[in-house]
Design a protein around this ligand. Sequence first.
Ligand SMILES: [Zn+2]
Length: 260
Amino acid sequence: MTAPLPAYYTRLAPFRELFATGAPVLTYHKIGPRPWGARLKGLYVSPKLFAEQMTELHQAGFQTQSLAAVDKPGQAATPVITLTFDDGFENVLRHAVEPMRQCGFRSIEFLVAARLGQLNDWEMRQGEVAERLMDAAQIRDWLAADHEIGAHSMTHPFLTQIPLAQAREEISASKKKLEDLFDVPIRHFCYPYGDCSDAISELAREAGYETACTTEAGVNTTETNPWQLRRVTARYASRNWRNFFGRLKNVKSFARSQKF
Ligand SMILES: [Zn+2]
């Protein structure tokens, strides 16, 4: 029996065995220093940790593969991984491109098509700190750095919570808008919040996407529905602080019980 996996990816060792059983896909959101007041702290990965994670994968012999190859696992001679970024944050262009270049890695950024160059309004409505999204010129820089783009809907709604016709529009209009703007085929979709059902994933297939990503944890095998791909989320190892405080509390109660 192997040890249970950590909830989030911070380093390769605990995931190595799992990654060998299929096609792993890593999820990132924001690469940058966590601003004061950030609520979803785990969605930030520091530039230093990101660079360390890339170097570690590179040194372990990993090569990156496009999502287009994810449903054909087990054919590569070297270990492979797919790197994905959700939402299209400017801080990814600033902090992630160089570490990936140094490792010869490529990735895909899922863009919120009606919010290019704007702010993360879907998070700000929940009280989150504002972060700038890449504008069209920055997305062209991203493409020029040999990375891919995919669609992450028009406005980042919970797709299962809006009428099906509206969900269809969010899924298909974002593909068309990005193709028109950047003149590249948009082959991959990512469900906002990972919110997906069989009906919603059918819409992604109908719209002409080759794959669509969820936030369900795991690796992908030939059995995986390409429109319901699994991913592993990379986050700050913030649990360490909780463990630290947890240990501190235990020490105190131990001290109390011993009448120290
Ligand atoms: Zn998102």
